[in-house]
Design a protein around this ligand. Structure first.
Ligand code: PEP
Length: 239
């Protein structure tokens, strides 16, 4: 596990060929020994982003993959296909996939396994809902998701864990530094794999430095703010 902070941008379902190139090319200068940057655009843009980023240190990733390498799964994309178009990473188990597509932690583990088999680094997302936190169950929920979502065969080289409290995603609410420290320490302690641990949830330029320098925070997963190149670069430069 390298000491460089990992800065991952998740564009979710945003971006067209016509408006993405300048935003992506602005990131090309972002190579720095202090951080590694990964851009996860929608599947339709991954290949173009790879071309636009050619010659830079910024890598590309998918936002999801199917657990099977190929087959009759209309509308899905496999890990092997992402690898084929130049991806190095894939996000699995994002809370929006768990919520809207009813993905379970067992499903997430299968997807992570497929990512590993294809030679991708799996960014495995876990995190509690507002209701679970209010009920005092955050630690239990995160521990269970961690145990069930990380497959056998995970290593620090092929796996990254992203702690993303669901209530902090896209809401402008950020977990307190004490909460982040507490959960990241728990993940570090409980995880059999000494993988990088990212925080995600309303990270922006103005709060990135504080979060990135907390103990056991090895980087950030950024949604909304990664759509603005200047803001995303400000987050990275806080590493
Ligand atoms: C995310 O989508 O993973 C995320 C953290 O979103 P945001 O930064 O917009 O909260």
């Amino acid at each position: 596990m390298s000491a460089a902070k990992l800065i991952v941008g998740n564009w979710k379902m945003n971006g067209l060929l016509s408006d993405s190139q300048p935003r992506v090319e602005a990131l090309k200068s972002a190579a720095s020994g202090k951080f590694e940057m990964v851009l996860c655009p929608p599947a339709t843009l991954v290949q173009a982003c790879g071309w636009w980023l050619k010659g830079s240190a910024v890598k590309t990733g998918g936002q999801d993959c199917h657990a099977q390498p190929s087959g009759a799964f209309t509308g899905n994309v496999s890990a092997q296909m992402l690898k084929d178009i130049g991806c190095a990473y894939v996000i699995v188990g994002h809370s929006e996939r768990r919520q809207y597509h009813k993905e379970t932690s067992a499903d997430v583990a299968e997807k992570a396994k497929a990512a590993h088999a294809a030679g991708l680094v799996a960014i495995i997302c876990i995190g509690e809902t507002d209701e679970e936190r209010t009920a005092g169950r955050a630690n239990d929920v995160v521990s269970k998701q961690l145990a069930e979502s990380v497959p056998a065969g995970a290593t620090p080289e092929n796996t990254v864990i992203a702690y993303e409290p669901v209530w902090a995603i896209g809401t402008g609410k950020v977990a307190s530094t004490d909460d982040i420290k507490g959960i990241h320490a728990l993940i570090r302690d409980k995880s059999a794999v000494k993988a990088k641990i990212l925080y995600g949830g309303s990270v922006k330029g103005s709060n990135a430095a504080e979060i990135l320098h907390l103990p056991n925070v090895d980087g950030v997963l950024v949604g909304g703010a990664s759509l603005k190149a200047e803001e995303f670069l400000a987050i990275a430069s806080a590493a």
